[in-house]
Design a protein around this ligand. Structure first.
Ligand code: PNW
Length: 481
């Protein structure tokens, strides 16, 4: 028996998201999300693909659960598709019982299989009708009211069975990739070569603000009306890359690295834990960063039962001597994969933004723990793509040593944060259970611990990394021989 490093009840498993795996986009009453319409615009998705079929998980949840069991998972994080449950999205629009029943059955089947469901309410697939009706996430009052009603509908169906709830996945991505860079739906940006509409100097900050209030409002519903049913927990999932100073000897780079973390993680976490935006953001953005009213901050502050964290990579961060650009969203810094001393952050993956650096994960866990008073943390995503993986034969793809090494190192870094640094991290979900629709990168970039044969009848084959995640964690829990 190996020595226990992680707690006995450590919650671990794999994660997915509705639009990335379900397919069946026109079935049983589902209507378009903003991703369905975004994919139809030319040039937005690298391989011209979309989520019409994806992994066909809408018809294959039995296969997915069998895979989870094969991998030894204790938990499965998936997201609910709003346009399946309320196809037109709004609070006066009808609930689609057929769409809802897919998730009721999924949860029942998971529980029957001994797997704990972790449910995300919003992983980017806003009903397109709401985008068209009132501008979606930009419209605070409408969006907050509609999301709150949607959350209540899902909670009514599932709150007696589900103990772990995530309101929003990565509001940073929704705001920056969706409203500044225009790479994700709805694709708004100030870059007129990409989109005729959008203002990247203001919209990301409005969207971030509205997402925080919608989160707080759904948490209030959960706590007032549902929490006692099962004693569950709710939180938001935030993402950030760790930031190392480019020159650790230069205090301006040390400050710049801290500022980059404030512009990513603390943008959302400071209002939740401290009731205000970081000073560095207020200083740079001024009135472009909305103010919280007393009612709003009453919803947002203390709205996390746990800290949900998604993390993939790290950067070296250097200060800039020039004043911040109006469109800047990172705290007026320059990020790179090489330090002043010419150290590389890590080897390339298939994703241009992602390079493995496990120490950065341990550092970020500590940064969160120190800044927010040692909250309970659940890591709700972590994983990597592999450069050129899609070009390989199936035999080579399932022998994914690069990904296996990534998981060994990152899970060890988490264990060090828990056992040596006393960070209260109690769960870990690897991204992803399946190769799936990787947003603007389409299907060419794979993140799965299970290979999916999209053309060959949706065959699923566990890769080496699927086994490695389980083995590494169970050994650290002290269960392996
Ligand atoms: C996360 N970036 O997205 C999402 O939660 C997943 O749905 C996604 O498949 C996964 O990570 C892998 O990409 C991100 O550009 C997408 O920095 C892009 C970035 C970060 C996270």
């Amino acid at each position: 028996m190996s020595e226990a490093v992680l707690p006995k009840d450590f919650l671990w498993g794999f994660a997915t998201a509705s639009y990335q795996i379900e397919g069946a986009v026109h079935e049983d009453g589902r209507l378009d999300s903003i991703w369905d319409t975004f994919c139809r615009k030319p040039g937005k998705i690298a391989d011209g693909s979309n989520g019409d079929v994806a992994c066909d998980s809408y018809h294959r949840s039995g296969d997915d659960i069998a895979l989870l069991q094969q991998c030894g998972a204790r938990a499965y994080r998936f997201s609910v598709s709003w346009p399946r449950v309320i196809p037109l999205g709004g609070r006066a629009d009808p609930v689609n019982r057929l769409g809802l029943s897919y998730y009721v059955k999924l949860v029942d089947d998971l529980i029957a299989a001994g797997i704990e469901p972790v449910v995300t309410l919003y992983h980017w697939d806003l009903p397109d009708a709401l985008e068209k009706r009132y501008g979606g996430l930009l419209n605070r009052d409408e969006f907050v009211a509609d999301f709150t009603r949607y959350a209540r509908v899902v909670l009514e169906a599932l709150a007696s069975k589900v103990r772990y709830w995530v309101t929003f996945n990565e509001p940073w991505c929704s705001a920056i990739l969706g409203y500044s860079l225009g790479q994700f739906a709805p694709g708004r940006t100030s870059d007129r070569t990409k989109c005729p509409e959008g203002d990247a100097s203001t919209e990301p900050w409005i969207v971030g603000h509205n997402l925080l209030i919608a989160h707080g409002s759904a948490v209030k519903v959960f706590r007032d009306e549902f929490k006692d049913k099962i004693g569950g927990q709710i939180g938001i999932t935030l993402n950030a890359d760790y930031a190392y100073p480019w020159d650790p000897q230069d205090p301006r780079d040390v400050e710049a690295a801290e500022r980059k973390l404030e512009f990513s993680m603390a943008w959302f976490a400071d209002p939740i834990y401290f009731g205000k935006y970081p000073d560095s953001m207020r200083r740079q953005l001024g009135a472009r960063l909305p103010d919280f009213s007393a009612d709003e901050i009453g919803l947002v502050q203390n709205s996390n039962d746990f800290f949900g964290m998604n993390h993939y990579t790290s950067n070296y961060v250097r200060h800039l001597d020039t004043p911040p650009d109006l469109l800047d969203f990172s705290g007026n810094v320059a990020s790179s994969f090489e330090s002043k001393a010419r150290e590389s952050i890590g080897p390339e993956s298939q994703s241009p933004w992602l390079r493995p650096n496990a120490l950065g994960f341990r550092r970020l866990l500590n940064w969160i723990s120190d800044r927010y008073g040692h909250p309970t943390i659940y890591v709700t995503e972590n994983g990597t793509s592999i450069k050129g993986e899609n070009e390989l034969s199936v035999e080579q793809m399932v022998d994914d040593e690069f990904r296996a090494t990534y998981f060994r190192n990152y899970i060890q870094a988490l264990a060090d944060a828990y056992s040596k640094d006393r960070v209260d991290v109690r769960g870990y979900m690897a991204w992803s259970l399946l190769d799936n629709f990787e947003w603007a990168d389409g299907y060419e970039t794979r993140f799965g611990v299970c290979y999916v044969d999209y053309e060959g009848g949706q065959r699923r084959v566990p890769k080496k990394s699927a086994k490695v995640v389980g083995q590494t964690i169970t050994t650290l829990i002290g269960e392996a021989n």
